[in-house]
Structure formats: C-alpha cells, structure tokens
Design a protein around this ligand. Sequence first.
Ligand code: SF4
Ligand code: SF4
Length: 309
Amino acid sequence: MSALSLYFRQIKSAISSTRKGLALTWKHAWNARNQRTIQNVQHADYFKSNEGVFTLEYPHQEIPTPVNGRYQLHNEMDDCIVCDKCVKVCPVDCIEIEPIKATGLVGYTSDGSPIRLYAAKFDIDMSKCCFCGLCTTVCPTECLTMTSEYDFSVFDVKEHNFSFANLSPEQAAEKKQMYEQFVAEKEALKQSSANAALAPVEETKPVAKPAFKPIFKPKADASTESSPAEEVKPAAKPAFKPSFKPKADASAESSPAEEVKPAAKPAFKPSFKPKADASAESSPAEEVKPVAKPAFKPSFKPKPPQTES
Ligand code: SF4
Ligand code: SF4
C-alpha cells in the first residue's frame, strides 16, 4: 500500500467517525427538548426513562429518597427512656450517653413507657457512623430513627457531632445533686435508724408488755378486785348517778342548785296570774290596767245616744 492511499483512507475514517459522533450529538440535542421525570428509585418506571435530560439542577431539584434509606440519625428525646441499648449495639461507638438517675418517675413516653432517667448527654457523631441502622432496630420506643436528610455537609468535621440532650448543664448538675442528696439521705436512714435505733426499741418492748397485761386484766374484773386502779372507777360511777337523779326530782331535794329552780318558777307564775285578773289585785302595775278598761267602755256606749238626740 502506497503512502498516498493510506493518507486518503485515514481521511475517510475520520470523516466517518465524525459523522457518527455528530449524529449521536444531534440525537441527544433533539431529545433534550424533554427532561426525564423526577421519580423515586423505588418507582416501577424509574429505569424506563432512557431519553431526555438526566442531569438534575441540584439543590433546586432532588430525587426523592427511598423510605428505607439510611441517612442522618435523629432522636426524639421526649420518647427516649435512656436505656443505653443503642450505645451497646453500635459497632463504631459513635453514640455517647450520660444518664442521671431520677429520684422518682420523670414521665411517660408516647407509647406509655415510664421514664426514670435523665440524659445529661446524648451525642451522635455522624462522621463515625457507618449507617448500619442497628441502633434504630434495638431502640425499644422507636425514638431513634434515620431521617431522609442526606445533605449535612459541613466545613468542620466536629460539626457532625449532633447533640440531642434536652437538659442544660445547669439542669443536669441540679438533677445530679438531687439524686446524690436522695442517696445520702437513704443511706443515712438505713445506717442510723435501722441499725442504731433497733437496739433501744428491743429494750422498751419487754418493759411495755408486762405493763399492759396487768392493766387489761383488772378492767375485765373491775367489781371484785381492790387494786388502786379499781378504786377510782367505782368512786366515779356513784358520783354521776346521784347527780342525775336530783335533777329529775328537783322539787324534793334541798341542794343549792335545786333551790334556785323552784324559787324562779313560782316567781313567774304569780306575775302572769294578776295580769289576767287585773281588777282583784292591788299592785302598782295592775292598778293602771283596770282603770283604763272601764274608761273606754263607757266612752263607746254614750256615743250612739249622742248622735240620735
Ligand atoms: S447506624 Fe450503626 S454506626 Fe450509626 S450510630 Fe447507629 S449503630 Fe452506630
Ligand atoms: S435505644 Fe432508644 S430509648 Fe434506648 S437510649 Fe437509645 S435512643 Fe434512647
């Protein structure tokens, strides 16, 4: 083959490849009039759209994330019972929790689980996370979930450490102090009242038992025995009985209290009787009434005869 024929053959190959390339370019340029539909990767027609513009104008356009995607973690602290299971199962130790015991029940989660611990610290370092999803699987209250947020790029890697604790440092210190005080008081009660106070309680019990037994026996046989405690009871009973009897027969007895009652009753009776029989008595109050009654009667009788004449 001569050099001249080789030269023209290469020109022909270049023109042919250029024609194929331009044909493909013009084909895509013609199809670029339409853009590929933004569909979720789980959509049935996701791989059927082979024509049109594939490139998305991110962040103005985004492909929806799958429902079961593993992206940024989020913990809903109101439903977290601080059980520490997520920390134990994490293979890369990117979750750190600092629990504080409460002196009582803190509250309930949305599913009714009791909360008995505070979380002074609940940090997840997403720069270490391998997105295995084990922590969300073992969470008993399902408060730890993976969100659809996948773009959490930062300039400093330390900003990938997300904190979810709902207690401020001051509140955490206060809760910690309250629990330490609660434990100290509990131990003081166990040591002082339980151990030291048990000895004097045992000494008083044998003394108290014999003292109660003789007191209950004389109460049952009070009429036949002559102990000093029994002498007081029979003396009190007759003292009350005679005091009630003279009250019922007040007129026959001559006690100082009975003398006042009969003296008051006759004093009122004579005072009412003379009022009804005002004309027969001569008291200064009775003399005014009989004088007034006859004065009115004659005054009415003479009036009718005066008008007739
Ligand atoms: S997804 Fe896996 S690696 Fe990430 S925090 Fe949870 S358990 Fe740890
Ligand atoms: S497993 Fe769930 S409830 Fe337990 S500490 Fe972790 S996030 Fe909280």
